[in-house]
Design a binder for this molecule. Structure first.
Ligand SMILES: NC(=O)c1ccc[n+]([C@@H]2O[C@H](COP(=O)([O-])OP(=O)(O)OC[C@H]3O[C@@H](n4cnc5c(N)ncnc54)[C@H](O)[C@@H]3O)[C@@H](O)[C@H]2O)c1
Ligand SMILES: [Zn+2]
Length: 359
């Protein structure tokens, strides 16, 4: 087992990573369970179908009773309606101020359970047990919790840190291949923005046996960034590499057409190419990124002209007031942000002929 620490002013917490940790979950939860009431476990139907038995055995071994809140899989319950149903379970279970909520699932469950824990009685303890690659390397660490509003994703949320993150990479064995690939896009992102050695390792070694080490490398990067910039005011924005364009792609095609990871893969290549065009990025970085994405069976090239994404950046436009902060690579392993005016971004993304015609 590997243990990392997220150091924050309001208290540090551990990220534990190791094959088989699910079996020992009961013991891990004991220090956080507080009063003699059941722990509420928030999960989804797919995760519960696969892991109900080992989960229940692990908690029984530590003498911990639990109440499950099992949601249908997918993003549809990550909303105020789903949140209301979860509060009903909390109320029914008599979850007190000193109680414990466990998020057992992907990013959807983590975000929903985390926001519910942040707000129930002004905050009860919660522990993340992520079961998707995306959740293990990204969403379970850092304390961003949220539900969606009809106007947009994650509009209602809070920064609320877990007390502990327990990652068992063996749970990824049942994860559908497309979800694994999507998570790999985020893994590759960490290499691109912060770790040349991770990037090179991913190029040498695409073996699933390497996953615990890879997850650890990603969590190490994220834990470091979050402890220096919990509230997303500076360095944490680097984690948005590929996401400005990725989110626009998701919006343009409708959520679900491309997975988040597939859209981020396109977005990273667009950002790297843009950086090369603007002489901000070392030449060759975009191609290195394209090759690595393809090696992990992610399509690197967005099939349309990137200029078509400008209209899908409307909501960034509204919040940013005429500009958007884009994350660029200086080279593989190093990133920085730069504020760009929409007009400049549009000109830079347009094919060369069109750009000069506009001037
Ligand atoms: N809080 C953050 O910092 C943060 C960061 C990135 C993304 N997110 C959020 O995360 C969400 C996406 O998370 P996700 O990609 O994990 O999606 P998800 O939670 O919907 O999980 C993807 C699918 O995999 C299934 N699944 C999960 N674990 C499984 C397992 N071990 N075996 C088999 N099936 C399994 C789920 O039932 C679901 O169908 C989005 O809502 C996004 O907004 C949050
Ligand atoms: Zn992402």
């Amino acid at each position: 087992m590997k243990t990392l620490t997220v150091g924050l002013p309001d208290g540090a917490y551990e990220i534990r990573i190791g094959n088989g940790l699910l079996m020992e979950l009961g013991a891990a939860l004991l220090p956080f369970r507080g009063e003699e009431v059941p722990v509420v476990v928030v999960t989804d139907e797919n995760v519960w179908a696969h892991y109900h038995a080992p989960f229940a055995a692990a908690l029984a071994a530590a003498g911990i009773a639990f109440v499950p809140a099992v949601f249908p899989a997918g993003e549809t319950n990550k909303c105020l309606g789903g949140l209301g149903r979860l509060y009903d379970v909390f109320a029914e279970a008599g979850l007190p101020r000193g109680g414990l909520v466990v998020a057992f699932g992907g990013g959807v469950i983590g975000d929903l359970a985390g926001f519910a824990a942040a707000t129930w009685m002004r905050g009860v303890r919660f522990v993340q047990v992520p079961t998707t690659l995306l959740a293990q390397v990204d969403s379970s660490v850092g304390g961003k919790t949220a539900v969606n509003h009809t106007r947009g994703k994650n509009l209602i949320g809070a920064f609320y840190q877990p007390k502990l993150v327990v990652i068992d990479p063996e749970t990824l064995r049942t994860l559908p291949a497309r979800e694994v690939r999507g998570g790999m896009a985020e893994v590759i992102k960490y290499g691109a923005i912060r770790s040349r050695s991770l990037f090179d390792k991913l190029d040498r070694d695409a073996d699933p046996a390497a996953l615990p080490e890879i997850i650890e490398a990603c969590c190490r990067v994220k834990a470091g960034i979050v402890s220096r910039d919990e509230r997303d005011l500076g360095e944490r924005m680097l984690l948005n590499f590929g996401h400005t364009f990725g989110h626009a792609i998701e919006r343009r095609h409708g959520y679900g057409h491309y997975t988040h990871g597939e859209a981020v893969a396109f977005g990273m290549v667009i950002a790297a190419r843009l950086g090369e065009c603007l002489a901000l990025t070392q030449p060759g970085a975009a191609d290195a990124l394209r090759r690595l994405l393809a090696r992990h069976r992610l399509e690197p090239d967005y099939p349309e002209a990137p200029g078509a994404l400008m209209s899908a950046m409307e909501s960034d436009k509204k919040s940013g007031g005429g500009g958007v902060r884009v994350v660029f690579l200086r080279r593989i392993g190093e990133a920085f942000t730069r504020e760009m005016r929409f007009a400049d971004l549009e000109a830079a993304l347009a094919p060369p002929g069109e750009a000069s015609a506009q001037r």
